[in-house]
Design a protein around this ligand. Structure first.
Ligand code: ADP
Ligand code: MG
Length: 326
């Protein structure tokens, strides 16, 4: 099973940031409202996440580390089903097959915390008592220590950490009520205090900057089952850069080409050529309008009616940037 897990890991675990993404999503699924991440050496040496979520009961620790063991099939939302059913229940098994993973957890209703790790040549799961507050800690050390080919593809500590930071920002922007703390090599890097569920401006200010939100053009519009809520940087708001292009489809961070294209086209037609507009863009659509045929780890979707989506977004952004023209 270890080899099968390592093969699966090749799909899911591309780099430290992909581990961080899987762990963060698990914490959110477990209802965590506070998540702390400690990263060492760009995540190559260590990724440790602690949350205050529901926890994992002792008897399910071993299961959580085995392949295709998911507690979630019944609770997945539609978009999850469409995007990632094939990848469900593989993340922890995959990650633990290419790292030294220790899982420690204490559900509120359980008196004692327990810890699980894989040991020996067979990598059998060993469970032992531990000390831990309510919630879960996942400690992932020495990522790719046993897969040199993967390790070779890692970039510098700085680059890998930037990818991690990007993942954390995306999660923070899509879950304003969750407190997120990020440290690197023992130093605090980001701290996003949880705000009320729908206080996006405050969260965006924390993640992207007060200056961005103060100068942003706001859009809220709904049309034919599609909905946009977005903040657009205007031309003099800030130095344009891809660092500030955040799009979300049905609450999930996506680096979607079609959305980016539609936004850029709108900027171009209103303001003239602009290299990289900055935006925080929430787009909602019926999940069944989203195509299944895309790799979930790539954060991409395909819209069935792509023309319609593109034109809706492009027009909405045009109208917002140049209200006098419409
Ligand atoms: P999936 O998330 O697709 O179910 P994973 O391999 O990511 O698969 O996780 C396996 C299982 O471990 C989850 O179904 C969940 O029951 C449990 N789990 C993982 N992380 C956490 C966490 N932070 N808090 C509570 N339960 C968790
Ligand atoms: Mg998961």
């Amino acid at each position: 099973p270890r080899l099968a897990n390592q093969i699966a890991a090749g799909e899911v675990v591309e780099r430290p940031a992909s581990v961080v993404k899987e762990l963060l999503e698990n914490s959110l699924d477990a209802g965590a409202t506070k998540i702390e991440l400690d990263i060492e050496k760009g995540g190559h040496k260590r990724i440790r996440l602690r949350d205050n979520g529901a926890g994992i009961v002792k008897d399910e620790l071993e299961l959580a580390l085995s392949r295709h063991a998911t507690s979630k099939i019944a609770t997945l939302n539609d978009l999850d089903r469409i995007l990632s059913l094939g990848f469900r229940g593989e993340a922890l098994a995959s990650i633990s097959s290419v790292s030294r993973l220790v899982l420690t957890s204490k559900p509120v209703a359980q008196e004692q915390a327990w810890q699980a790790c894989c040991e020996g040549r067979e990598m059998s799961v060993v469970v032992s008592p531990a000390a831990h507050p309510d919630g879960t800690t996942i400690d992932v050390a020495d990522l790719f220590y046993n897969t040199p080919a993967r390790r070779k593809f890692l970039r510098t500590e700085k680059t890998e950490f930037q990818h991690i930071e990007d993942v954390v920002k995306r999660i923070a922007l899509s879950h304003p009520h969750v407190t997120c703390v990020l440290r690197h090599n023992g130093k605090p890097v980001k701290r996003f205090p949880g705000v009320s569920q729908d206080n996006y401006p405050q969260r965006i200010a924390a993640v992207v900057g007060q200056r961005f939100i103060d100068n942003a053009v706001y859009i809220a519009i709904e049309h034919q089952g599609m909905k946009i809520q977005a903040w657009l940087g205007n031309e003099n708001a800030m130095r344009s850069s891809t660092d500030c292009q955040f799009s979300f489809v049905n609450g999930r961070g996506m680096r979607d080409k079609l959305i980016l294209h539609a936004i850029r086209q709108a900027y171009e037609s209103v303001l003239g050529v602009l290299e990289q507009p900055s935006f925080v863009f929430y787009f909602d659509i019926d999940p069944y309008e989203v195509d299944v045929n895309v790799h979930p780890a790539k954060h991409e979707v395909r819209f069935q009616q792509s023309r319609l989506v593109h034109d809706f977004i492009c027009k909405a952004v045009c109208d917002a940037l140049a209200p006098e023209h419409s």
